[in-house]
Design a protein around this ligand. Structure first.
Ligand code: SAH
Ligand code: SF4
Length: 406
């Protein structure tokens, strides 16, 4: 989501006649587009702001803007004063950046309607913004607001425009894409319509309470949909899921996964897991480890709980010590990686049509994705956006290594 927001800002600065430079030292303007989900993101931004302040004092750098989720949080006011930031914007008013970079003032625009950079082989399309959930630990609803669903008409016309312009891979974006709805139509209807227009489609991220079985079946049935599901579970313990206000039990999650595995047998499944949320006991942790075994994830983002001011979990008792959180973090990560490694090794020998995402680096290695959603490293000079037929030769816990077939 942040990458996509940055893309819209990039479009504005390029339209204003600026060029992008790789080093702060060479820039006239720096725009820091930020994340607020965990405290370490804020720590990193402080580090960057310190460096930028020095460059500004020395006269090399003229202006600094802070955008994104930190910009929408109260903390941004303190940062603005401390570092003398010239412009602070949240996620809803990106259009205000126009004036800052010297473009004519824009009319107020719903951020997803702002065009991103064109001509990419792969593109994000925002279908909803904000989130109507109130998970105990999460700052997203505070900084991104309540859910707003973009109209189907506007989404499909953007998809058509992108495909006409050469985009071969469309990713539908939102905090809970499967909560999308409009006039009696639901996410699955939208996904099906997009899958008829774009040659390759994926979506992220989904909420288990909104995920319909027919969406899971569509992933398996529709040729153009990548058979990869990212469904954050957060915990395997019903007690924790309740404290977190996730709105489902572990059993419901397991059932969804069964439907997915049946619908897309060779597909890949990933999740998000939080360890060390206040109140988490050893028993809860064991339940998470059990769920990891049962679901056999192909990958997972595992996070140590980070208290966010203004969320419920920042002020409840039962704080888990750093040592315990670290131990649980490593255990969950090891369990996920063990399963993922085993599943990846089972792919050795398979012949796949690999979509090239990033062209070859200096060592000639490109990064691609199979239709089952596996990440692949392969030696090829093929350009991003093209397909290469390749045989999987070996596997690691995170990627497959393949050889193109001539
Ligand atoms: N909308 C998405 C995720 C948003 S944030 C969803 O509902 O799944 C991405 C991930 O960051 C979450 O899934 C969660 O695992 C993690 N996360 C969010 N807040 C966190 C916090 N305070 N501490 C640690 N991890 C957090
Ligand atoms: Fe945050 Fe929960 Fe909304 Fe995801 S569903 S963005 S974790 S509040």
């Amino acid at each position: 989501m942040n990458v996509h927001d940055s893309d819209r800002m990039r479009r504005m600065i390029l339209d204003a006649g600026y060029a992008e430079v790789p080093r702060y030292e060479d820039a006239d303007i720096v725009i820091l587009n930020t994340c607020y989900v965990r405290e370490n993101a804020v720590d990193r931004v402080r580090g960057h702001l310190g460096e930028l302040t020095r460059l500004k004092r020395s006269g090399r750098l003229k202006k600094v803007a802070l955008t994104g989720c930190i910009g929408a949080a109260e903390e941004s006011e303190t940062l603005r004063r401390q570092f003398g930031i010239d412009l602070v914007l949240g996620t809803h008013n990106t259009y205000e950046l126009a004036e800052f970079v010297g473009l004519p003032t824009m009319e107020e625009t719903y951020t997803p309607e702002l065009p991103g950079t064109e001509g990419g082989h792969s593109a994000f399309v925002t279908i909803m913004t904000g989130c109507n959930y109130r998970c105990s630990y999460c700052i997203v609803p505070t900084v991104r607001g309540r859910m707003v669903c973009r109209s189907k008409e506007s989404i499909l016309s953007e998809v058509d425009r992108l495909v006409e312009g050469g985009t071969g891979y469309v990713t539908l974006l939102g905090q809970t894409v499967d909560a999308w709805r409009q006039d009696g139509e639901r996410f699955c209807d939208l996904l099906e319509a997009v899958s008829e227009r774009a040659p390759r489609v994926w979506f992220t991220t989904s909420h288990p309470s909104n995920m319909e079985d027919r969406t899971l079946r569509a992933i398996g049935e529709r040729e153009t949909i990548v058979k990869r599901l990212h469904l954050p579970v957060q915990s395997g313990s019903d007690r924790m899921l309740k404290i977190m206000h996730r709105g489902y039990k572990a059993e419901r999650y397991r059932r969804k996964i069964e439907v997915f595995r049946e619908a897309a047998p060779g597909g890949t499944l990933s999740t998000d897991i939080i360890v060390g949320h206040p109140g988490e006991t050893e028993e809860d942790h064991e339940a998470t480890l059990k769920l990891v075994e049962d679901c056999q994830f192909d990958s997972a983002y595992v996070f140590k709980f980070s208290p966010r001011d203004g969320t419920e979990a920042a002020n409840i008792g039962g704080v888990v010590s750093q040592e315990v959180a670290q131990k649980r973090f490593v255990e969950v990560l090891r369990a996920v990686e063990g399963n993922a490694f085993r599943r990846n090794r089972a792919k050795i020998g398979a012949v796949e049509d690999v979509y090239v995402r990033h062209g070859a680096n200096e060592e000639g290695r490109a990064i691609g994705e199979t239709w089952s959603g596996h990440a692949v490293h392969l030696k090829t000079g093929a350009v991003p956006g093209s397909y290469v037929r390749a045989r999987v030769g070996s596997a690691g816990p995170h990627v497959l290594y393949a050889e193109p077939i001539r």
